[in-house]
Design a binder for this molecule. Structure first.
Ligand SMILES: Nc1ncnc2c1ncn2[C@@H]1O[C@H](COP(=O)(O)OP(=O)(O)OP(=O)(O)O)[C@@H](O)[C@H]1O
Ligand SMILES: [Mg+2]
Length: 256
């Protein structure tokens, strides 16, 4: 079943068309990758899907419900969560507290309000258990009490993923989750992506690390200068002439 449907999505910045009539579907339960050279429009695509940029044309639906025109917080409420190419964490808060911020919107009473003390306490206990469960899922439970500002890069990225998952998404959008990670951290990230998928969350991942992309994704969308130039399973994408052409001249780690 198609969970996320993107149709003719277009975004212009002045004379530059950053996303140019892009269409694709994401099936429920899939891990789908979006790749393309620098400036291809990958992050802009995510910004459009999450309401951080306003589209000039096109439609996006989640389980048939239109997403375009909504505010970022409404889109999170609809079940779409994301991480950013440059990690965005509450630096002074611990890892566990960052995740609790993500959980906050799912609490009825709201953390810290005391009008209904028993309800609040039981929700707080639920939130603490849920935060611990998410940190274990992502494999960063031993960092729970460390302030975000003190984390190594790999754990920062994991913390941002845990916080996004805390909002209870149906679709998780990850913008270059392997950027800044070493090989063993990247391999661990691959396992984390499988665990997220097994937990029932559909994932769209923008990534330059081709080893990771080819391993985890069932299908790949390739963008180049705003346009979709190819879509298909990893084995076909690796051999696609238009894709190879788009990547010529890229840095070695960007090559297919
Ligand atoms: N807010 C903006 N204003 C003007 N131009 C923008 C803006 N955001 C992005 N662009 C331009 O749109 C194009 C696509 O940028 P985008 O960041 O989406 O690419 P990307 O595929 O994510 O690249 P990278 O792999 O380097 O992250 C680029 O030419 C970029 O300079
Ligand atoms: Mg980008």
């Amino acid at each position: 079943m198609t969970l996320l449907a993107v149709r003719d999505l277009t975004k212009r910045f002045g004379g530059l068309t950053a996303v140019d009539g892009v269409s694709f579907d994401v099936h429920e339960g899939a891990i789908k990758a979006v790749i393309g050279p620098n400036g291809a429009g990958k992050s802009t695509l995510f910004n459009l899907l999450t309401g951080f940029e306003k589209a000039d044309a096109g439609q996006v639906t989640l389980a048939g419900e239109p997403l375009l025109g909504r505010r970022p917080s409404d889109i999170v409420g609809c079940g779409v969560a994301r991480t950013f190419q440059n990690t965005q964490l509450f630096e002074e808060l611990t890892v566990a507290e960052n995740v609790l911020v993500g959980l906050h919107r799912r609490l009825k009473a709201g953390l810290g309000r005391s009008a209904l003390r028993i309800a609040v306490r039981s929700e707080e206990r639920w939130a603490e258990r849920e935060a611990a469960r998410l940190l274990a899922l992502i494999g960063i439970e031993r960092w729970a009490e460390t302030p975000a500002a003190d984390l190594p890069q790999g754990v920062r990225r994991s913390c941002e993923i845990a916080r996004a998952l805390a909002t209870g998404p149906r679709v998780l959008l990850l913008d270059e989750p392997a950027a800044g990670l070493n090989r063993s951290e990247t391999d661990a990230l691959g396992s984390v992506l499988y665990r997220i998928r097994d937990a029932g969350v559909t994932t769209v991942v923008v990534e330059h690390d081709m080893g990771l992309v080819m391993e985890v994704s069932e299908e790949i969308v390739v963008l180049d200068r705003g346009r979709k130039i190819a879509e298909g399973p990893p084995l076909l994408i690796q051999k696609d002439p238009a894709v190879l052409e788009a990547y010529l001249g890229e840095e070695p780690d960007d090559e297919l």
